[in-house]
Ligand binder design. Sequence first.
Ligand code: MN
Length: 291
Amino acid sequence: MIIEPRTVKLTTRTGVDVYRTLPHRDRKMVGAWCFVDLFGPTAQHDAMVVAAHPHTGLQTATWLISGTVEHRDSVGTVQVLFPGDLNLMTSGHGIAHSELAVMDSGDLHAVQLWIALPDEARHQPPHFENYRDLPVVAHAGATVRVFAGSLLGVTAPTLTFSDLVGAEVRLPAEATVTIPVNPSHEHGVLVVSGDVRTTDVIPERGIHIIDAGPDHITITAQTDSIVMVLGGQPFGEKIVMWWNFIGRTHAEVTQAREQWNSGDQRFGSFTDRIGGRIPAPDLPSVTLMPR
Ligand code: MN
């Protein structure tokens, strides 16, 4: 299936539109990948000014096409992220972080992804990793950077807790590449920029979801293009995903919300140049069901 991007406002303090493909009404996840946001490209200086906010039960993976972003979190991390590197934050039981686009570092063009943690990994203490020198493969004219799992004979050192894969593929105009993939994985092909088709034409910023089965993905680019290949074993657990929290029950999410809004030490604290924190919104009046 093809999922068209929808635009959302990230926060009231960030004027830029974000293009979201997952989660979608008809598709919650691809493997453990459960959230796919694309920012820019934009020269807007407040493109990414996201004040302190919490997470539970997931990893955030931030990948830049261009620009620079400063990450800070409540385990004491201050990390400037550059294109080609990966910021990976494992919330485990609970963490808070903020993200600030660095001015005068070029247009911001970024992908933010969430990875759901399986039940046995979701209560771990929070931690953060920055990965540089990720494996790069030249393949049939394309340049493939593998930032999670294994692809094309290389394996990223990235710490993940389920069987998944993530890669950026840069294709020159008129290139066709065939990438062998694990047939037990489901995949998403996200078009960051360019004019791309697989077995279907994929709109720019859209994603083609390919169910498990095929042992390869063929990607054709009409123009210079950038795509992300995200895949993994079907997740196999139902989750409750609300605001920035992933849990298993309505009660867990309610507790996390109350703890964040009351300043509970579950999420720690830190200082940044943005100031303030983003309060959790009101819960819906219905009980959130695992899906
Ligand atoms: Mn976040």
